[in-house]
Design a binder for this molecule. Structure first.
Ligand code: PHE
Length: 339
């Protein structure tokens, strides 16, 4: 029995001195392994006097238990020590400068949108918002877009429900009618925002992009007002007077409808931006169609107006020389950090 007690003392001392997991494993092997101390004690039992065998067996197993328990608590001790060392900042130099927090920056679309909002607000325009999930009524019918118009095709439009009651708006023009319903004429308003089209994407097309709708309602509004407002807009965007020209353009919600081109702000005799024509196609516009005024609850005999649809994404690309529209919605920090 004293033998066993001595062995137990020895084992406990060894375990207490073990500095790492490897040392603990070695002790465990030495005592409880196949050829270990305990196995030796058990093997010797048959040589003992039968009266002593039972006590010897109990003692041997007791030793095994003692060793395993000692190893278990030492293992916990070692782990706690390692954690405490890490917590106390071992290997950490408090005199080094802290890493700089990254500050982020405004998305180029946000920048240009805010600039244009300021510009238009200074000219008495209200800034409106409209839903991105829009009623088919506002996206199409109220805008005089006939049932057989290609925009109604599911090739071009993301429909939310099979009855085409709800769509992801394909343009910001639905805000025109919402504005007429809500505001007391005469008024001026812009509505920047996201629009969606179901088309294959490439460097100049994305399924999600930004437009800015403009709408002016008043009495006796003419194409001259439209051109004047567009020239002011261009001066605000490019910082100088640009020559403009109107080409006829068809949109069911304006009559007459135009495509407004501006002299290329980047060159004089043709460059890659203007595709060597010296003109850049900038925005579709026109006088509000009487059917749209009526849909908005206004009497076309009394009220008239002009509307324009600025391609915000395109403008941002022109402004910063971005060659692929998909960068704008890509969320890649290497792109965004440049602004
Ligand atoms: N909503 C039209 C489009 O997305 C653009 C437009 C707006 C045309 C306003 C005329 C007037 O293509």
């Amino acid at each position: 029995m004293t033998d066993i007690q001595t062995l137990a003392e020895k084992a406990r001392a060894e375990v207490a001195a073990a500095a790492d997991e490897e040392a603990l494993k070695a002790i465990e092997r030495a005592y409880t392994g196949k050829d270990g101390v305990v196995a030796g004690l058990l093997a010797a039992i048959p040589t003992l006097d039968p009266s002593e065998r039972r006590a010897a067996g109990i003692a041997a197993n007791g030793l095994k238990q003692t060793v395993l328990e000692a190893i278990g608590s030492r293992r916990e001790e070692l782990a706690a020590g390692a954690l405490a060392a890490r917590r106390s900042g071992e290997g950490f130099d408090p005199t080094l400068p802290a890493p700089r927090p990254s500050r982020g920056s405004l998305h180029p679309l946000t920048r240009v949108t805010r600039e244009l909002e300021d510009l238009f607000a200074s000219m008495g325009y209200e800034v409106l918002d409209g839903p991105e999930v829009e009623l088919g009524h506002y996206n199409f019918e109220a805008l005089n877009i006939p049932a057989d118009h290609p925009a109604r095709d599911s090739q071009d439009t993301f429909f939310i429900d099979p009855e085409a009651h709800l769509v992801l708006r394909t343009h910001t023009s639905p805000v025109q009618v919402r504005a007429m319903e809500r505001l007391e004429p005469p008024f001026r308003a812009i509505a920047p925002g996201k629009v969606f089209r179901q088309e294959s994407t490439d460097a100049s097309h994305d399924h999600t992009f930004y437009q800015m709708e403009g709408l002016v309602i008043g009495e006796d509004i003419s194409v001259a007002h439209l051109i004047g407002a567009m020239k002011t807009l261009l001066r605000g965007i490019f910082g100088r007077e640009l020559e403009v020209r109107l080409r006829p353009g068809y949109f069911p919600f304006v009559e007459p409808g135009f495509e407004l081109d501006a002299r290329c702000p980047f060159c004089e005799e043709g460059c890659s931006v203007c595709k060597r024509t010296t003109w850049i196609e900038l925005l579709p516009c026109g006088l509000v169609h009487p059917a749209v005024l009526r849909a908005g609850g206004l009497d076309p005999e009394r009220w008239s107006g002009f509307a324009f649809g600025l391609g915000l994404s395109r403008l941002v690309m022109l402004r910063y020389g971005i060659d692929d529209v998909r960068h704008l919605m890509g969320g890649d920090l290497r792109f965004l950090e440049q602004f």
